[in-house]
Design a protein around this ligand. Sequence first.
Ligand code: ZN
Ligand code: ZN
Length: 346
Amino acid sequence: METSLKRDLRSKEEKRAAALADLRPRTTLSFYRYVHLEDPQAFRRRLLSKWNELDCLGRIYVANEGINAQMNVPTSNWTDFDAWVQAQPELKGIPYKLAVEEGELPSFFKLMIKVKDKIVADGLDDESFDVTNTGTYLTAREMNEYVDDPDAVVIDMRNNYESEVGHFVGAITPNVSTFRDELSKTPELLKIHKNKKIALYCTGGIRCEKASAWLKHNGFEDVRHLKGGIIDYARQVEALGLENKFKGKNFVFDERLGERISDEIIATCHLCKKTKADTHYHCQNQICHTLFIGCDDCLKKKDGYCSRKCQLVDKLPTKTKKVVARHYNQLVRKRQKFEKTRLVRV
Ligand SMILES: [Zn+2]
Ligand SMILES: [Zn+2]
């Protein structure tokens, strides 16, 4: 047990190489639970020890208020993983959301378990309202009815770069880049729909737990949210043979950056602004690292960079690059043709 708790001192590159060399098929999943954890540090150590032993990789947040996990497990270790998770009193009965599709590369390259103040950065003061007064859940079938119902409003609780590549037909998709921003704007945005039925949705459901309680606190009476988010919606649509009313991709916060839910491509390449595309990339220039949508042509032409400038900057000697990094905002970022986006993990 001691050895697996030692700090992993390998560099980012070494971890990546090790993950790439491990060719075992992996199962990607996510789960969350709001549950009071008396000692998050001790809980973290317990998870770290077992999940290292099972060669799990992922990003997991624990806090006094619960756990939010996005990870993968070697499929051959799945039975052991599941048995262990279900044997932990804090996690017993927790529902998993399994990835709709695995990518060619592993979804995560390392195992990171962090103790945080909150499991989702929402910017809310939890003491100021009843966080347990959440909305009731919607099944996939009910969600479809909401999409068709003129007396209902469907709102996307995710960021603009997520809804850009995929969303429910007719949903309101706020132009925000953080969940904190989304929560501060939503009550005003929905004001004109106060008497309508409101349906919220997000990736896996965790954001809606907090958002539904927040909206109810703000005077909205009929607030519901999609259980298990888009990930579980896709599973239910498939299992029950329902009509799929989610168009495009479900953005995910791992190396895959998205899962295809329907064949429609609803976004356009950020670089040429012409070709239909919905694959996200991070600019190869580490100083920039912006998240952008690129078509195959542009990607090839710019060699994986978001712009010519980034392509040039990256070829400079390291010393010069450090100077450039300091002035990057003035030099490049402001003149970029599209809005710069940095991933804010949730
Ligand atoms: Zn393009
Ligand atoms: Zn760039």
